[in-house]
Write a protein that binds this ligand. Structure first.
Ligand SMILES: [Zn+2]
Length: 207
């Protein structure tokens, strides 16, 4: 349903990225559910016959030590992996930064999700050295998420020029948990424009 709604909105592909197994709170996927989802994606992709494509993704949790919550042979089954912090928000800056940089260095990480974890009017971001994290993203070719959810808008546009200067690419993601939330995409596009990010530096504007 999400894929079809995305196609109708004129997008050429849809990257599914459910929460991973640590995220029991958010219905994280078991290995069996991943296998089922991938079979379904293969079936639909065949039916779309090149006119539209579902990319198999996952939003993996960054654990305390910076590892991701699936082993590498599972992560290899995905087209892309979003690595995100969903726990231990209050680590001291040095530890938080090291943990995130470790995850950026994981060879399977494609995108670093909501880098600071801020939620507007709700909570500040985690304490991390954004500069260092951007450098690591550039070094490892990991895209910096521009999370388009109106509660997040993370990474903030004030950092975009810095990220561009360091050689980063971005990925604009709606963080959609429902069909309606797919329409949040435009907030991300608008913030990227405000940040001066050209389309050629945006992963999901590439072909
Ligand atoms: Zn997340």
């Amino acid at each position: 349903a999400m894929a079809e709604a995305t196609r109708k909105r004129g997008f050429e592909y849809y990257g599914v990225a459910d929460h991973s197994q640590s995220a029991h709170y958010a219905g994280g996927l078991s290995l069996q559910e991943i296998a089922e989802q991938h079979r379904e994606a293969d079936r639909l992709n065949k039916a779309y016959n090149g006119k539209f494509r579902i990319l198999k993704g996952i939003e993996a949790d960054i654990l305390a030590d910076g590892s991701l919550d699936y082993p590498i042979h599972i992560l290899e089954q995905f087209d892309f992996v979003v690595a995100s912090v969903h726990s231990l928000f209050k680590l001291p800056k040095k530890e938080q930064t090291e943990r995130i940089i470790e995850a950026i260095g994981n060879p399977r990480t494609t995108i670093l999700g909501h880098m600071t974890g801020r939620q507007l009017l709700r909570r500040p971001g985690y304490d991390l050295d954004v500069d260092k994290a951007l450098k690591a993203c550039a070094k490892h070719g990991v895209a910096v998420e521009i999370n388009a959810h109106p509660w997040r808008l993370d990474l903030d546009w004030r950092w975009h020029q810095k990220a561009l200067d360091q050689g980063c690419i971005f990925s604009i993601n709606p963080d959609a948990h429902s069909i309606r939330e797919l329409d949040h995409m435009h907030w991300g596009v608008e913030m990227a424009r405000k940040g001066g990010v050209p389309a050629k530096r945006v992963l999901n504007a590439m072909r």
